[in-house]
Every structure is written in structure tokens, then in C-alpha cells.
Ligand binder design. Structure first.
Ligand code: FAD
Ligand code: MLT
Ligand code: ZN
Length: 452
């Protein structure tokens, strides 16, 4: 491939062609997907992104936008030898507006840096996930990332006040004005959010910030069964307005985390389910909790642990947050991120093992996730990376229960063949037409969302 023009646009420091240096960009976080690339492109400005995409459009060269490469569905991997357009060097935070609680940043800034910048100004950016120090704002927008605080603040889409992006023709689109009211036609940020790099490259965003809680408390709860845990989830949602997160995990995941990271378990017991609940709000949390219907359970259970300062809260959160790393250390997982309608979570979690066993009874299954959102991460170790049989069976089961085959990670390449389980042919045709309008040459992330 003739790369001279790209070197002219980006400078020699903005392009990496040595395969020994670009391997970090060609394998996905889970190691299930890998590829190769003639070059990793590292622009610093929107203008450079625009010129690169214009060149790719003119020369019909495909490219894969990439942020922190922490995605879980292979959407940022150049599996067919595409160029990688990494936003890693676009990390300027251009403005934190104290008065309105808004932040403007380039898309390559990590989620963690945005959270810290907000915090320095007395605000909070309310999307949080444990890959915060690697995941980019552009990646969280492209996947409409969820995370642990969706219950309280919504997904990434709810935080976006304005976007700047480069379409598949290289045109710069969108705006960063952040108007509270603006009903001028179709809502571009809403459409680009969750589009997984298939419509445009997000280059900048204006995001809303919220007031941080004055006091925070984490509570780890152990239960004999999932159904018991889910009844407490219902109670929490009904009676605690300060709840920020309500996460679930199970004994085998906890055991794996404790073994891999050599940490002591919370209790010497074998339990049916665990909930990690985060509460944050005005001073007086403990009093409000003890006046709530939850207090009966909290006062009588033997399996309750509180974390009220940063260190003790972190200690409780590690049991949940380290699941992803512990599972990946044990193998290359098939990650199926699904959500179930209200009332179906227990049935799903109880039956999914049996569905997997009918195909292969030697796999290992780890379930965990965001109980407050009905979102369970199904991790299967055992099948080879390209084997889709178990994925298909589980996702069909999810669809039959009325759930979503992708709650927060996106479709990427992993679920492109399964999109029809949740979307009609007519809907997929409309999706394709939308893609063609933004990306007429089909150069942006081919094979993601739509199978190639
Ligand atoms: P990448 O992996 O680089 O890319 C992801 C997708 O976005 C690809 O399709 C890519 O082409 C596209 N893309 C990236 N940047 C841009 C851009 N600027 N413009 C257009 N398209 C772009 N996800 C959750 O939703 N909730 C969680 O709780 C969560 N926890 C995680 C925990 C761990 C330990 C890990 C490793 C991952 C977790 N994830 C979670 C998944 C992942 O962090 C998110 O999907 C995140 O949004 C990806 O950001 P990224 O910058 O790494 O994107
Ligand atoms: C999480 O909630 O920890 C993530 O979405 C990552 C994963 O599914 O492993
Ligand atoms: Zn998650």
C-alpha cells in the first residue's frame, strides 16, 4: 500500500508500520480476535483525521477506528488487514465549564482522565467501568458504554451534549455547542453513539457532568440463592433513591478472583449469589438506610460487609471488578453480554448452564454483571475462538425470553451474525442505508455490526 501521502498528513511520528510495534493494536483485549495492519495511524487533530479519511475514501482503503482497545466484541480489530486509526494521541481536554457542569474533550482521552478532570472542578463524570484507565471517551461513545452506574445516571448516550466527528467521506460533522434545547432535525449524537466506528470517527465530545455525592457507601451482601438476591434488588430499586450501582456475581467467579489475585474471600462460606451495592448522596446515608425496608435484611443477615471509606470500598469492589481479568487469565472467553426483561433474570441464570451443556458439557461458565439493569455477562471458557455454536444457542435463548443479545458491549464482529435475533430484516436494511449515507464507500470498520 502506498503510504507516502499518509506520512505527509501525519508526519513520520504519526504512523507505525513495524509489525513488532503495532501488535498491541491488532489483537483485541479478550484475545479472541486478531488481525494485521499495514499501518497504525496516530493523528493529533480533527483536521488530520479528516485528511486521512478523505485519502482512504479516494483510494477505497478500509480503516478501523480504535481508542483504548478494551472493547469486548472484536470491533476495533483489523481482522481483514485494515488500517488502524488510533485516537491515542488525541487527548486534549479543552474545557471544563464549572458553571454549567460540562466538559469538552478530544476523543482519545481516557475515561479515567475525564473523571479526574471533572473531579478537580468539583463535578463528576458519571460513566464508570473498571477499564477506565485505558478505555477512551471516543470508544465509550462508539459503544454507548454502560458500566456500573447506569441505574442512577444512564448509559453514555445520556451524557452526550454534543459531538464532532468525521464521516466516511472525510467531512467534519456535528457541533460542540451543547445547547440545552436543539430540535433541528435528526439527533446526530444519538445516532453516532453506539455506531461502533461504522458511521463516523468521533473526534471530540461535549459531555454533561453531575454533582458528586457528598457521602458514599458500599455494601457487599451474600445470599443463599439468586432469587433471594433479586428480591433485594427490587427492594433497593423501590426504596433507596441514593443507589448508584447494584452488581451481581456468583461463588465460582469470586473463587477465581480470590485465587488469581491471592485475596481473602469476604466470608468462609459457599453462597448462591452476591450483590455489591453502592450508595451515594447527601450526608446521612446510614440513617436513611436504617429507616428503609432494607434494614430488616441488613440487621439479620450474617453476610453483610460495609465499606465507608475509599480503602474499604475498594476492597469490596475488587471482588466484582477483577472478574474480567481473572476470567481472561484462565483462558480466552466467549463473552456474551445480554440483558433480560424484568422477572426473567433468575430463569435465565438458572437455565443457561443446561443450554450450554447440551452442546459441550466440559466448558466453564462464569456469570456476573449489572443486576440493577437486568444485564448479565455470560463468560464461557472452553470452545475455540471461532466456534459459534454455544454463542448462538445462548443468544437464541436470550432472544426467546425477550432480552437483548448486546446490553452494553455492542455487536462488533462477535455478534454480527446474530443481529437478526433482535432486529428484523427491514430494520437491518434501514441500518445498512444509514451506513451508506455516512460511509458511501464502506471503508469505516467493515465487518462490524453487519457481517461481511
Ligand atoms: P475500543 O476497544 O478501541 O473500540 C471499541 C469500538 O469503538 C470499536 O468498534 C471501535 O472501532 C470504536 N471506536 C473506538 N474509538 C472510536 C472513535 N473515536 N470514533 C468512532 N469509533 C470508535 N463496557 C461496558 O459497557 N461496561 C462495562 O462495565 C465495561 N467494563 C469493562 C471492564 C474491563 C476490564 C474491560 C477490559 C472492558 C470493559 N468494557 C465495559 C468494555 C470496554 O471498555 C468498552 O466497550 C469501552 O467503551 C471501549 O472503549 P475503547 O476506547 O477501549 O474502545
Ligand atoms: C464488566 O461489567 O465488568 C464488563 O462489562 C466487562 C466484562 O463483561 O467482562
Ligand atoms: Zn459490564
Amino acid at each position: 500500500m502506498e503510504l507516502e501521502s499518509l506520512i505527509t498528513i501525519l508526519g513520520s511520528g504519526g504512523i507505525v508500520t513495524d509489525p513488532s510495534l503495532n501488535s498491541a493494536y491488532t489483537v483485541d483485549w479478550t484475545r479472541r480476535y486478531s488481525g494485521n495492519t499495514p499501518a497504525v495511524l496516530l493523528p493529533k487533530t480533527t483536521e488530520q483525521v479528516s485528511q486521512v479519511v478523505k485519502w482512504c475514501y479516494k483510494n477505497s482503503v478500509a480503516l478501523v477506528p480504535q481508542g483504548g482497545n478494551t472493547g469486548m466484541v472484536g470491533g476495533a480489530t483489523p481482522v481483514n488487514g485494515e488500517l488502524v486509526l488510533s485516537l491515542k494521541r488525541m487527548t486534549d481536554i479543552e474545557e471544563v465549564d464549572d458553571a454549567t457542569g460540562q466538559i469538552v474533550t478530544q476523543a482519545g482521552t481516557t475515561l479515567g482522565d475525564v473523571q479526574q478532570a471533572a473531579s478537580r472542578h468539583g463535578w463528576k463524570y458519571p460513566v464508570d467501568l473498571s477499564a477506565r484507565d485505558s478505555a477512551s471517551i471516543g470508544g465509550t461513545i462508539a459503544t454507548n458504554a454502560g458500566g456500573s452506574q447506569v441505574l442512577r445516571y444512564g448509559n453514555t448516550r445520556e451524557q452526550i451534549l454534543g459531538l464532532e466527528a468525521v464521516s466516511g467521506t472525510g467531512d467534519v460533522i456535528g457541533d460542540l455547542r451543547g445547547l440545552s434545547k436543539d430540535n433541528t432535525g435528526y439527533h446526530l449524537p444519538g445516532l453516532l453513539c453506539g455506531s461502533e466506528g461504522t458511521l463516523a470517527v468521533v473526534t471530540k465530545a461535549r459531555l454533561r457532568l453531575v454533582k458528586p455525592p457528598k457521602e458514599e457507601l458500599s455494601i457487599l451482601l451474600g445470599f443463599r440463592s439468586l432469587i433471594e438476591a433479586l428480591s433485594i434488588v427490587e427492594e433497593i430499586r423501590k426504596s433507596l433513591e441514593d443507589v448508584q450501582a447494584c452488581e451481581v456475581f456468583f461463588q465460582n467467579g469470586l473463587d477465581l478472583v480470590c485465587e488469581k489475585f491471592e485475596i481473602a474471600p469476604p466470608w468462609n462460606a459457599h453462597l448462591g449469589a452476591y450483590l455489591l451495592v453502592d450508595i451515594g448522596g447527601q450526608i446521612g446515608l446510614e440513617e436513611r438506610i436504617s429507616n428503609s425496608p432494607l434494614s430488616a435484611f441488613l440487621n439479620t443477615s450474617n453476610f453483610v460487609a460495609y465499606g465507608s471509606d475509599n480503602l474499604s470500598r475498594k476492597k469490596l469492589w475488587q471482588y466484582r471488578d477483577l472478574h474480567t481479568e481473572a476470567i481472561s487469565a484462565a483462558g480466552v472467553p466467549h463473552k456474551l453480554d445480554v440483558s433480560l426483561p424484568h422477572g426473567k433474570l433468575n430463569e435465565f441464570c438458572n437455565d443457561v448452564q443446561e443450554i450450554i451443556n447440551t452442546i459441550d458439557n466440559e466448558t466453564q461458565l462464569f456469570l456476573f454483571g449489572h443486576a440493577g439493569d437486568g444485564n448479565i455477562h455470560v463468560n464461557v471458557l472452553g470452545p475455540s475462538p471461532e466456534d459459534l455454536e454455544i454463542d448462538t444457542a445462548v443468544l437464541k435463548y436470550v432472544a426467546s425470553l425477550g432480552g437483548s443479545i448486546s446490553a452494553e458491549h455492542g455487536i462488533g464482529r462477535a455478534k454480527a451474525h446474530h443481529l437478526n435475533l433482535n432486529r428484523t430484516t427491514q430494520e437491518i436494511d434501514i441500518f445498512r442505508e444509514i451506513k451508506a449515507a455516512f460511509d458511501p464507500a464502506g471503508i469505516l470498520n467493515p465487518g462490524t455490526i453487519f457481517p461481511q
